[in-house]
Design a protein around this ligand. Structure first.
Ligand code: SAJ
Length: 429
């Protein structure tokens, strides 16, 4: 199929890079977002998302005239739906499909025979068939026979989105073969990785399996760290040694699993088959419990939390991103404060970020001033490279806690610190 025009619904972490990349590859793209603020920001030449290289790409796309931003869809050869699918409010951990439903409804008046519609939002299996297709068919056209319909998961890593968007292998699942092939023709415009065709439900399942697999692997790393703590074994050395086995690749323990993908997507699999997913559910539980485990470690290290003055370094959900969503670092800081500690937080990518009960600091120096202990919550590059001598000079106490196993122990020891590392012995037994 040949595509001239594309309408992308949702200009977030995935939709904006995708729309811009199609535009810089020659398609005429209408980028749609229902948030007026997002549309205004983009029209003013700004970008509301922090991602390396994205600003330049978006500006190039807009200046070329190929990317136009709007609050409402328009007719096009193809439509890509890239809206959020958060967890619903409440305890039942179900996917909230309201944005997918609204986006699907919004294009009903514009669909024409021969069009392609692609869902990219992470969704429970069968969403394309059972939710999106019936809505689009309100147009009077039949999915499959009158228009193509496909699901393709995005697989890009925040921080490396622009490169991975182009280079990663892309799975495209059609509701029929012609739909999958139409999807391939669209994404082949910029994807340099392999394009693999399947059916829509398999493609939905693939995405959930990928992130569930990663969640389970991080959970087992966290479990190993707890066992190592009890035994007085150094988990970091043990993992390094185990990973010398040619078929073993144990991930890294840490303060927990955050972000809007891995901490959420496994629940979509659980919702589909709760009775068949005990390992998935246990992994979620283990990773969700990890911030409390870290707080317990701090409690034991400091012999109580009430009134203790602690600097918490990092609030983002992982290193070198400014994204605070579902961040385990925030949960650790919040729990420390709720247990009576006087917590000062410092997040270099978002210095104004506020954690309930804690005080945000505008600089490292302000965070460390007069504290007894410093805890590394996010392994941002700038924190990995901290000079322990300098840190020591800024604070009054001498306790350091490393929840990522990245600080050079000899250097911190010789700077006069009492350094405690997650997964290294004893304190939490
Ligand atoms: N984490 C650990 N230990 C590790 C690796 C990660 O504790 O060894 C933690 C991180 O600190 C973070 C969380 O896990 O809190 C998730 O980080 P991540 O870098 O593993 O993944 P995300 O959420 O940024 O992106 C994931 C990616 N999925 C996989 O690697 C299988 C990405 O490819 C997906 O596109 C993305 O989810 C998504 O949008 O679904």
């Amino acid at each position: 199929m040949d595509f001239q025009t594309l309408c992308v619904l949702g200009l977030g972490y995935i939709g904006l890079p995708t729309a811009s990349t199609f535009a810089t590859h020659g398609l005429r793209v209408i980028g749609v977002d229902v948030d007026r603020h997002v549309v205004d920001v983009l029209r003013n030449g700004e970008v509301h998302i922090h991602e390396p290289g994205l600003r330049t790409l978006v500006q190039a796309a807009i200046h070329s005239g190929n990317l136009v931003v709007s609050e409402v869809p328009e007719a096009a050869d193809a439509f890509v739906i890239a809206v959020p699918t958060p967890l619903s409010e409440g305890a039942d951990k179900q996917a909230d499909l309201s944005y997918v439903i609204a986006a699907s409804e919004s294009i009903v008046p514009y669909i024409q025979p021969g069009n392609l519609v692609v869902l990219e939002s992470t969704s429970p299996p069968r969403t394309t068939l059972d939710v999106v297709a019936p809505i689009l068919e309100r147009s009077g056209l039949q999915a499959g026979s009158d228009f193509h319909l496909a699901y393709t998961p995005e697989r890009v890593l925040p921080g490396q989105i622009l490169r991975e968007l182009i280079e990663n292998a892309r799975v495209i699942g059609g509701i029929d073969r012609a739909s999958a092939e139409a999807g391939r023709d669209l994404y082949a415009i910029f994807v340099r990785g392999e394009i693999l065709l399947t059916d829509a439900t398999t493609a939905e399942m693939v995405k959930l399996m990928e992130n569930t697999y990663r969640d389970i692997n991080i959970a087992v790393a966290n479990e190993f760290a707890r066992v190592a703590d009890r035994l007085g074994v150094d988990i970091w050395e043990a993992i390094e040694l185990a990973n010398r086995h040619p078929r073993i690749d144990i991930l890294r323990p840490g303060p927990g699993v955050g972000g809007h993908c891995i901490s959420i997507d496994p629940w979509f699999l659980v919702q589909t088959a709760p009775d068949l997913t005990p390992i998935t559910q246990q992994a979620r539980q283990t990773n969700d419990d990890q911030p409390a485990y870290v707080v317990n470690l701090v409690n034991q290290t400091l012999d109580g939390l009430s009134g203790r003055r602690i600097a918490a370094l990092g609030l983002a959900y992982k290193s070198d991103v400014d994204d605070l969503r579902e961040s385990p670092a925030i949960e650790v800081a919040r729990l420390l404060a709720s247990e009576g500690a006087k917590v000062r937080t410092y997040e270099p990518f978002d210095p104004g970020a506020v954690v309930p009960g804690a005080e945000p600091a505008a600089s490292l120096e302000m965070a460390l001033q007069d504290v007894e202990a410093v805890i590394l919550l996010v392994d941002h590059q700038t924190f990995r490279e901290l000079d322990p001598q300098q840190v020591k000079g800024m604070m009054s106490g001498h306790v350091a806690i490393d929840t990522h196993g990245v600080w050079d122990r000899a250097a911190w020891d010789s700077a006069g610190f009492e350094l405690h590392v997650l997964g290294v012995g004893g304190e939490n037994a």
